[in-house]
Design a binder for this molecule. Sequence first.
Ligand SMILES: NC(=O)c1ccc[n+]([C@@H]2O[C@H](COP(=O)([O-])OP(=O)(O)OC[C@H]3O[C@@H](n4cnc5c(N)ncnc54)[C@H](O)[C@@H]3O)[C@@H](O)[C@H]2O)c1
Length: 274
Amino acid sequence: MTQSSAHTPFNRLLLTGAAGGLGKVLRESLRPYARILRLSDITEMAPAAGEHEEVQIGDLADKTAVDHLVEGVDAIVHFGGVSTERSFEDILGPNICGIFHIYEAARRHGVKRVVFASSNHVIGFYRQDQTIDASAARRPDSYYGLSKSYGEDLASFYFDRYGIETVSIRIGSSFSEAQNLRMMNTWLSYDDLTQLVERGLFTPNVGHTVVYGASNNAHVWWDNRLANHLDYQPKDSSEQFRAKVQAQPMPASDDPLMVYQGGAFVAAGPFDDK
Ligand SMILES: NC(=O)c1ccc[n+]([C@@H]2O[C@H](COP(=O)([O-])OP(=O)(O)OC[C@H]3O[C@@H](n4cnc5c(N)ncnc54)[C@H](O)[C@@H]3O)[C@@H](O)[C@H]2O)c1
């Protein structure tokens, strides 16, 4: 992280979703960027608050709880919410009301910078033989993708209306390893994720910037030139996992995993039909 030492850390930085897979990673890697990291989730987290940390448990669907959460912070890294496809009703509170509560609280408390964990699932219905940039019309592949698309619209609105700046990271697949052929294209290493969040926090004048979150993989479907001002330079590549991935049984060529950028999400649901 070449840029980090040049930055004066925030006094207090909020990380939502801190008990989750990526929250655990960012809890460690964002440590240099804040005098105090305020960690939040709906579930208790382990370990409990350490030095330079404070924990506030709360539900993103609860407007008053989110208002307290945001009070006194200098910036928000918003990673909390439902992270897979579920019914609309399950997504509504955590993701759709949740991000509205985050921006309303940011407005009320004068917070001017948000880094938002958006998702490739806002463009999941593009095919894998297409290359798109951030100006491509969104094609959400799920209720989950729709909630992230709404989050990006809120980010745009709160910048135009109130000057709150956001970097929305359309995260591909951020796990310790690429686990299948699709993830060979979408994989985002934890170090590259941290670099993106750091660039999202500290790059001046981002307005609302959308950036695709993939590592320096051999093939990617996403063109990040519209986010060049972030100076995101991914260091890792999914090639290290190719042999392991290719040793797996291959899905059929018409399997959504092989056809659509959003993979299996395009075929999830419906949830209400008996
Ligand atoms: N991991 C990826 O590859 C990936 C890809 C695209 C987008 N994202 C996004 O990044 C973020 C983190 O992903 P992750 O993989 O760590 O997911 P995760 O499910 O492990 O973490 C999400 C956290 O949010 C918390 N949460 C859920 N509902 C909540 C609520 N109502 N109030 C407060 N907290 C709530 C959960 O308890 C969980 O700890 C999510 O927003 C996800 O949509 C992740």
